[in-house]
Design a protein around this ligand. Sequence first.
Ligand SMILES: Cc1cc2nc3c(=O)[nH]c(=O)nc-3n(C[C@H](O)[C@H](O)[C@H](O)COP(=O)(O)OP(=O)(O)OC[C@H]3O[C@@H](n4cnc5c(N)ncnc54)[C@H](O)[C@@H]3O)c2cc1C
Length: 512
Amino acid sequence: MSFLLESIKQSKPYLYSAFSSIEDGEQHLQRIIELDRYWERLKQPPQTVIWQSSDLPKDIVISGEYDLIYAGGTLSLLHAAMMVGKYDRKVMIFDRQTPAKSTRDWNISRKELLNLSAIGLFTESEIDSAIVRQYKNGWVEFYQPDGSQKRLVMENVLDCAVDADKLLCLAKEKIKSVPGNVIIAERTFIGCYQFDDHIVVKIEDRQGNAFYYKAKVLVDVMGILSPVAMQLNEGSPQTHVCPTVGTIASGFEDVDFDTGEILVTTGPAEASSGKGRQLVWEGFPAEGSKYISYLFFYDEADSPNDKSLLGLFDTYFKTLPEYKKQGVDFLVHRPVYGIIPAFFHDGFDRTREIADDHIILFGDAASLGSPLTFCGFGSMVRNIHHLTGDLDRALSDNNLSKKHLEKISAYEPNVASMANLMKYMCFNAATDEPNFVNDLMNEVMIVLDDLPHHYRQAMFRDEMKIEELVLVMLRVAWRYPKVLMATWEKLGVQGSFGFLKNLVGWALSPVR
Ligand SMILES: Cc1cc2nc3c(=O)[nH]c(=O)nc-3n(C[C@H](O)[C@H](O)[C@H](O)COP(=O)(O)OP(=O)(O)OC[C@H]3O[C@@H](n4cnc5c(N)ncnc54)[C@H](O)[C@@H]3O)c2cc1C
């Protein structure tokens, strides 16, 4: 038995027991602990990883030169495959783990996914090969003690389970098939040196050997742990988070393989001594007899709650039987986990830093998705067309300063406004009744159920129009006036004005 697993035997007994019997349990534990370092980093001054050109040691050797260097090997592969295939750019991608091997799978609707074939990245049949299951419909439901919860059923929302690694491998093969492009595993980003007309990136292998590469632009796609995002945003790269854990497992006794369970709560918030979290489940059928179940909660990045993935995983394995009944042949095939980021923009437009001279941030490093529905993957699928086309233009025109690069972003004013709603789902033990989040969300479900079907689909696909959102909010306030007090308590003066500014920014924005 490994030392790492043994070290959690007492403190996380359910996690210990589950991970002891899964393939690569030790490696997953290591990656979870690595992700959990995020919470410590938030409390420390940010590390400096962007250096001036004069700091570059004189005796170094440049090992390669590229148009774009991508730090991080997940969503980068989709973007890079476009830059190589469509725009003939020379790229290098590195990851401290294995590129194209993610710790999660994705749900999205087929119509949205087909955007990747519309832009010429994949053929339709390639896309279909990565869809492992499609459901008839999905539903959302929030716990009511008397069993009166409204089950909101919808079609064409998050109804395709995508094998993330398969999709990423397809992109990886496209990149590798063009000579001159490089994808490297087990290389860690250490820092970068900004020159007037290029950038030098320093990376290290697992033995601590340093290598230097030159590029026109460093694309930071290191996810929530990005040290570049930490530095550019002065140690506060996220305002809100959504710690998420789960498994891809088989052997459940009571699952419906034709239906996605998009958001489900099975009880009130768990609260104790000034802390509290409203746990939410998700259940998505996957390939064959496999089923993906997630447990997560929404929270402020600096709340006093235990937000560790280790702790949440222990709760997941402890409480899974309350959500789904496990049969005798229950088997965990793979754990899935991560910290989904969110950022509240206190302004009419994007306020988060997402670029610097010769540096641009995409994916979770940029934190521009909404954690309410689908997140970074959905955001990339929607925005990849202009995130690639605009970057190619910037490279051609040599417009690679912060001022130019920060215009190339996945910021969407509607998503920024909608993301405010997440604040209502962050349970606050000091002000909220234990069932507050469920009561409020149940009212939202009732309101949506009364409106034409289009509203619920738009809400859960980040496609609402401003007048539609306002109508839903007014109807919820009419039915459930407590939401007004909650707005004051949860958003405060700054948050309420910020929400209004987001809405005005949305109202004034041109539709992309
Ligand atoms: C459990 C779970 C389920 C999800 N489901 C959905 C969904 O259904 N739909 C959806 O749209 N979104 C979903 N998301 C969100 C989505 O997975 C993320 O938005 C997406 O993975 C972000 O990709 P990324 O490339 O930006 O970052 P990541 O996926 O976090 O990848 C970052 C990469 O950078 C590497 N890295 C980090 N630091 C360094 C370093 N210093 N040097 C080198 N490499 C480094 C990491 O090893 C990692 O491979 C889910 C997230 C989770 C956690």
